[in-house]
Design a protein around this ligand. Sequence first.
Ligand SMILES: [Zn+2]
Length: 118
Amino acid sequence: MKKEIGITAYKCRKCGKIHYPFHDRCLACKGREFEQIKPEGDVTLLAYTAIFNLPWGFDQRFLILGVAEFENHVKAMGQIKAESVDQLKAGMKMKPSWEPVRVQYGEDVYGLKFEPME
Ligand SMILES: [Zn+2]
């Protein structure tokens, strides 16, 4: 079963800038009123990196992390399902999903994952 992506972003009611995570005041216009929005659609990969020496709780040897932008402009960071960064390039489309990313205190911790759409 596909789980809903557990991210809420905050859209400034004054200027429309989207914040994730939450900020007290809009980074663009200093407004204080926000509308909660959910990420929608597929994502476009903006940047990515491979990380070695992972903290406890990960059983992979390394992890590829990326920042991507959803169709409604929410930007978020997630794990990329790829064997190597050679498969990736900025601007490529990916499918987002909400899946267990690691185990903490014996329970799955959910997070964002991106899968390249080939
Ligand atoms: Zn604003």
